[in-house]
Ligand binder design. Sequence first.
Ligand SMILES: *[C@@H]1O[C@H](CO)[C@@H](O)[C@H](O)[C@H]1NC(C)=O
Ligand SMILES: *[C@@H]1O[C@H](CO)[C@@H](O)[C@H](O)[C@H]1NC(C)=O
Length: 321
Amino acid sequence: MSTSQHSQLLIWDYCCIGLYFLLNMAVGAYALCRPNRHTISGYFLAGRYMWWLPVGASLFASNIGAEHLIGMAGSGAASGIAVGAFNFISIILLQLMSWVFLPVFIASRVRTVPEYMTKRFGGQRIQMYLAVLSLVLYIFTKISVDLYSGALFINQAFKWDIFGSILALLVMTAIFTMTGGLAAVIYTDTLQFFIMIIGALVVMSKAFHEVGGYEALQYKYMRAVPKLRPENSTCGIPRADSWVMLRDPVTSDLPWPAFLLGQTPASIWYWCADQMMIQRALASKNLSHAKGATLFTAYAKILPFFMIILPANWNYFHDSI
Ligand SMILES: *[C@@H]1O[C@H](CO)[C@@H](O)[C@H](O)[C@H]1NC(C)=O
Ligand SMILES: *[C@@H]1O[C@H](CO)[C@@H](O)[C@H](O)[C@H]1NC(C)=O
């Protein structure tokens, strides 16, 4: 690419990013104009008046963050499609949330999961314990990863300083979340849902067009061995089971019994008992809308396998030649 083409591209890129931030701010401002932001349920649960589409889009967008776009794509490129199993299991767990867990949360009229624990078991200790545990888990397993991968993306795309990027991300998020409450989060999530889906579909169709379809992708992926790699090791050679999702119990890197029996309980916590998901589902008008939202998210969760993991495999092949 010539230099003038490159700078032209950069200008359009900056325009897109600018437009994106403007849209986000417009959506956030719209949420701020909503009337019942000053009550507790108006602030924490968006007034409980959301219909299924924003709730479903928000569930999806809170799950698929930068850490997915970067981390899942990276795992897919490095060791094949096994990481896609997480997506498919969540389709079932989402229904578990709206059919088994949510009716209980709604009937007990709670706003947070720790609040439910107090109603169920009494006392203050278990509530405090769960609240502190959740905070620690959020900080060390979610927010830090999200911020790092988001900042990494900004750093790679625009060469901004990584700490500056983290600070910018934090300030933007804090302003919207603290002033707008859950409604602002759900509306901006919905915007991001559509941007993510459209962007990823474009990348996917371009990638598949260039590589020549699924079978061509499989064929080329297995032959993508870098020229420079350590001698006498398997490093850099694609795994023989790259295209197997539920892998061998003994010899593989993600044995299927461990995935189904070991990972699923943790995923049940993530989808069905974690404040991040429950709070969004509780913002629905009523249980029917919450069920509609989880169905919508479940359909959307079919996409990341094709949108993120497969194009990443193509990139792997492309980069290693
Ligand atoms: C790789 O293996 C060959 C044959 O076994 C041996 O001659 C060579 O020294 C090994 N190379 C390294 C870097 O260990
Ligand atoms: C939920 O609200 C919709 C209208 O938005 C209504 O048609 C539906 O019957 C309600 N469901 C329940 C369980 O109340």
